[in-house]
Design a protein around this ligand. Sequence first.
Ligand SMILES: [Fe+2]
Length: 181
Amino acid sequence: MASPYPARLQHFAVEVSDTDRSIAFYRQVLGFKLTERHAAHDHPDIPVELSFLRLGETHHDLVLVHNPAKTYRPKPIRPEDDTDGPPMFHHYALECASRDDWQAMLERVRAAGVPIVRGPVLHSFADPRGDGSWGENEAVYILDPDGHRIEIFCDLATIDPDGTHRNASGARVAGTRTEEL
Ligand SMILES: [Fe+2]
């Protein structure tokens, strides 16, 4: 039956102060491919630079937006230090297909000298290795060249119809529940 709701959250569009620098970062560190890139005013209704990047076969997972008319100022390293201004996004997340892939990604990030601002951490109040926080996944947080916080994660739990979490191995996690049932 047709659903009246979207199926999933998909691409994310983020402002960047230097398109070349950000494309290089997303390609070299995170493995994105550039699908297409447009200068400001390439389309009469679009006065900003737009770059579409993808991780897999979907046309784009990420859009880099640069407004040549805007004076960009630095972003605080910690989102909680941004105490004045319009609501901003806190972070966005990229999922690795497996823990091995996540570990390889972590090594890659370290080798590239990219700032790690949190983690690695296991978000879990149920797993004995967990940090007691919520989410049920393993993660590390890095910054892109503009200070945008990116979570790189693996093994995010799923939720059964009764609200019980199921971990990445498929096992139901006793004592877990969702807030909305
Ligand atoms: Fe997150």
